[in-house]
Design a protein around this ligand. Structure first.
Ligand SMILES: Cc1cc2nc3c(=O)[nH]c(=O)nc-3n(C[C@H](O)[C@H](O)[C@H](O)COP(=O)(O)OP(=O)(O)OC[C@H]3O[C@@H](n4cnc5c(N)ncnc54)[C@H](O)[C@@H]3O)c2cc1C
Length: 363
């Protein structure tokens, strides 16, 4: 039976979609691109949530989007993660002043006809300790050519478009100016490396993209040249509340598992109660932040979400015992997936706080 279109996070159709996603979530080895799950999301109108009506979207509020993401990530983290990268690209395009680019790219992205992703980590959280930028934009008349690589690109061999950032060069020297542009994945000189075999989320097909003299003309430019190009256009930044939301969705899956086990096992009841209360607390704060109130910083939210997802998934492993340690049990997958939040788009202060917690440094 075809899935109904989901128009708000309270829709029973969202619960139905999540059931379908959860039943397919086990296949996370390399090569198992979640085509069916993504197609179901497209059928249910999920890609429309994040875009305004002008571009064929439903323009959900930030708070509703958080609720949608919580439900999806509880059901299947990999599918939801691919959607966040796609949404990140769509939002960057939608936030640009380049009207013809928006008209050309956004309507087919809203329907799911095309797929976009982002290659931006080298401007924020990856390969930042090298003097020479790993992806360089060389001025060429009024246009640019891109040379180098983007180290991490989700759906690198599936996407049609990559929203990519690069540092403008003056001869051999990097400048403080950057650009953000959209490149088609079939551009001459662009090649996707074989996706990496990861601890978790391998089926997101994340890997390096090499760019060898790839042209970027004005019609593909989203922003720049400008300093800190990632700060332009949209407000949600690396380490913003989307990443925390996905961590909380995964934590919710583990805590729900504990709830099921606690029905028969008295000793698990206080464990479940404590973790469920903490989850409700952090989810409450994400929803407040998403509705525009600064109840805490995105960084402290992320730190709490990271801490919770690691503890909740490991508690679910302890409760599942040896059975949970067998490959294929959802608990072992959740534990592997939780590690992702230590490395995904993790700003330095969040990483420092996580490291202090792991080292038992309280201060
Ligand atoms: C599954 C997955 C999917 C992702 N998807 C995307 C995506 O779609 N788009 C995107 O833009 N990004 C994506 N990312 C990137 C992610 O957000 C982070 O940027 C990335 O995890 C940072 O890791 P890195 O190894 O590149 O960091 P780096 O900082 O480059 O660290 C690599 C190594 O360098 C060394 N090192 C680090 N810092 C220093 C230092 N200060 N001095 C000396 N040596 C140092 C360490 O040995 C370290 O192991 C993804 C990451 C993962 C894991």
């Amino acid at each position: 039976m075809p899935l109904a279109r989901i128009t708000d996070p309270d829709s029973p159709a969202l619960a139905k979609l999540c059931e379908e996603l959860a039943s397919r979530a086990g296949a996370d080895s390399l090569g198992d691109w979640p085509a069916e799950s993504l197609a179901l999301c497209g059928e249910a109108g999920v890609f429309e949530w994040f875009l305004s009506e002008e571009w064929g979207g439903q323009g959900w509020s930030e708070a509703d989007t958080v609720r949608g993401y919580l439900a999806l990530s509880q059901a299947c983290l990999t599918t939801t993660f691919i959607i966040t990268q796609r949404t990140g690209a769509c939002r960057r395009i939608a936030g640009s002043q380049n009207e013809s680019l928006k008209e050309r790219l956004l309507p087919p992205l809203a329907t799911g006809q095309t797929l976009a992703t982002v290659g931006i980590s080298h401007l924020t959280t990856s390969h930042r300790h090298f003097r020479k930028p790993v992806l360089r934009a060389i001025p060429d008349g009024g246009d640019f050519v891109l040379d180098g690589f983007s180290p991490w690109v989700t759906s690198n061999d599936r996407a049609d478009w990559i929203v990519i950032g690069a540092t403008i060069m003056a001869g051999e020297e990097p400048t403080d100016q950057q650009i953000l542009a959209v490149v088609p994945t079939d551009a001459p000189g662009l090649s996707a490396e074989k996706p990496a075999n990861l601890v978790g989320l391998s089926s997101s097909r994340t890997g390096k993209v090499e760019l060898n003299h790839v042209p970027v003309t004005q019609d593909g430019l989203i922003a720049g040249p400008v300093e800190n190009v990632m700060m332009t256009g949209r407000t949600s930044r690396s380490g913003g509340h989307e990443t925390s939301t996905l961590a909380l969705g995964l934590a919710a899956a583990a805590i729900e598992f504990l709830a099921g086990e606690a029905i028969q096992r008295q000793d698990l009841k206080p464990i479940h109660t404590a973790l469920a209360a903490e989850l409700a607390d952090v989810v409450g704060d994400v929803l407040i932040i998403a509705s525009g109130e600064a109840v805490c910083t995105n960084e402290s939210l992320r730190q709490r979400a990271n801490s919770l997802v690691l503890r909740a998934t490991q508690a679910s492993m302890a409760a599942a015992k040896g059975a949970g340690y067998v490959v294929g049990h959802p608990v072992e997958r959740w534990c592997r997936e939780a590690l992702f939040f230590l490395v995904w788009s993790c700003p330095q202060p969040v990483m420092n706080a996580n490291l202090c917690e792991l080292a038992g440094i309280t201060d």
